[in-house]
Design a protein around this ligand. Structure first.
Ligand code: ARG
Length: 484
């Protein structure tokens, strides 16, 4: 038997333990992140070995006692090893004697590491999911306060049509809602157990893979042992979902940077920064960092994809370098989401400044054209009339003159002057766009209600996922206590 599946591994390992590539091979330092996960995976595996009669209860009790002691001493106290799996096994053998090596019966580091990564990543993704809910909550709160606060809306960064702060806010809420959904989908595929796949080709021992999956809180077992030990598409999918979230955040951050530049939003000092030389400066640095994290995440997706591309089945050590991309991304994106939520929750929206700017650049032009079209003019003709007016003063008189020129008739034969005056008013303009999903306060109220319902539903899903991990943890602890 090779070093991946037998007690003799301890001896064989010595032959390969030195050499100039020792530290190059080692993932022990990086494995600190999966130290606790590995101990849990060891516990579940040991309990299953006892239950299946593969290792006697007394030996399993000693192994489990050793694992508890190793946990107390921490990752830093581990003996040297190529990785955390080897180091923990060595530490168990140091405490229990050669029988400690029975812990690694019927498994390999290949299925072990895949299980540890999934175990730890679940917790990280749950935390990232929490931050998306926090951001959605903050966006909803701003929306609730500002359903009537008109502001300019842009396309191509040019004034386009007046909207409200709530309409802008909820446009990001729905995008983040989809980001939450993508992460939840990724979570479902993380939450499957590879344990028992062994090196890649299964084992001669009569193990119970469903049982270890259950003890570790996994929803199901990854059936094919080769797939179980070597697939990392769950890392890619999770990193991609995080990268998409980061891209959403980058747009939100950019909008806020632009709004801050124009005085449309006043960021809290807590989320702004100053200059070391220019005393008057208040800079949106945190938002610029949020914007930049999308670059890190996209880079991680690229790095991970490139590492995984064309790898042969089954396990290859390239996989050791795949994992860090996911850890770095989940850490960075979680933090960026939290900062974005804090920035949104604490910013002020100066209503007067926004109202003054809402009509800038003849932003009500589309509404005037719509009005003419609603009164019998073909929309294309109405567009032409208003376009001419836009170049000549962009007010009632300019519109009336342009209408006469194009139509050969007075504007008043088509439309009531009061209605035109109303269409030119940003607040009225917003109120009139009450189509489904539009910026009119009444339409935004509907959107806000849907956003809050979706948020409550996702909160519930998240609580259920957290509770199921907690239950599994407690069940495993109770089983372990039966042996120690
Ligand atoms: N440390 C490795 C990893 O992170 C697991 C070890 C598998 N080693 C092996 N020679 N098959 O992927």
């Amino acid at each position: 038997m090779d070093e991946e599946g037998s007690d003799e591994g301890v001896v064989r390992r010595d032959r390969f333990s030195g050499g100039p590539a020792r530290s190059f091979l080692s993932s022990l330092a990086a494995d600190e992140r999966i130290f606790e996960a590995d101990l849990e995976v060891d516990r579940a595996h040991a309990v299953m070995l006892a239950e299946c009669g593969i290792v006697d209860d007394e030996t399993v009790g000693e192994i489990l006692t050793a694992l508890d002691a190793i946990e107390v001493e921490g990752h830093a106290a581990l003996p040297d090893g190529e990785d955390v799996h080897e180091a923990i096994e060595t530490a168990v053998i140091e405490r229990v004697g050669p029988d400690g090596g029975k812990m690694h019966t019927a498994r390999s580091r290949n299925d072990e590491v895949a299980t540890c990564i999934r175990y730890r990543l679940r917790e990280d993704v749950l935390e990232a999911l929490e931050t998306t809910l926090g951001l959605r909550e903050a966006l909803c709160e701003v929306a609730a306060e500002h359903t009537e606060t008109v502001m300019p809306g842009y396309t191509h960064l040019q004034p386009a049509q007046p909207i409200t702060v709530a309409h802008w806010t909820l446009s990001y809420e729905s995008a983040v809602r989809r980001d939450t959904a993508r992460l939840l989908e990724a979570y479902a595929r993380i939450n499957e157990s590879p344990l028992g796949g062994a090196a890649f080709a299964g084992t001669t021992f009569d193990i119970d893979r469903e049982r270890t999956a259950e003890l570790l809180g996994f929803d199901s077992v990854i059936e094919n042992s080769m797939d179980a030990s070597s697939s990392r598409d769950f890392l890619l999918e999770t990193t991609q979902a995080l990268s998409t979230l980061a891209t959403t955040l980058s747009g939100l951050a950019e909008d806020l940077v632009v709004f801050a530049n124009r005085g449309f939003v006043d960021l809290s000092d807590d989320y702004a920064s100053t200059s070391s030389i220019m005393p008057q400066k208040k800079n949106p640095d945190t938002l610029e960092l949020v914007r930049a994290i999308a670059g890190d995440a996209a880079g991680a997706v690229q790095g991970l994809t490139t590492t995984l591309k064309g790898l042969p089945r089954a396990y290859n050590r390239d996989l050791q370098r795949a994992t860090s991309h996911a850890w770095e991304t989940v850490d960075a994106v979680r933090e960026a989401t939290e900062v974005a939520a804090g920035t949104v929750a604490t910013a002020d929206w100066p209503e007067d400044v926004l109202a003054d700017a809402a009509g800038e650049g003849f932003s009500t032009a589309t509404g005037v054209a719509d009005l003419l079209a609603a009164n019998g003019l073909p929309f294309r003709t109405a567009h032409e009339v208003v376009a001419i007016a836009a170049e000549r003063g962009a007010d009632y008189d300019a519109i009336a003159a342009a209408a006469e020129e194009v139509l050969g008739e007075s504007l008043e034969t088509y439309v009531d002057p009061d209605a035109v005056a109303a269409a030119l008013d940003p607040t009225e303009s917003v109120a009139s766009r009450d189509s489904q999903g539009g910026p009119a306060p009444v339409a935004v109220e509907t959107q806000l209600e849907a956003a809050r319902d979706a948020l409550a539903a996702d909160e519930e899903s998240l609580e259920a996922l957290e509770a199921s991990l907690e239950t599994a943890h407690e069940t495993l602890r109770a089983e372990v206590n039966g042996y120690v």
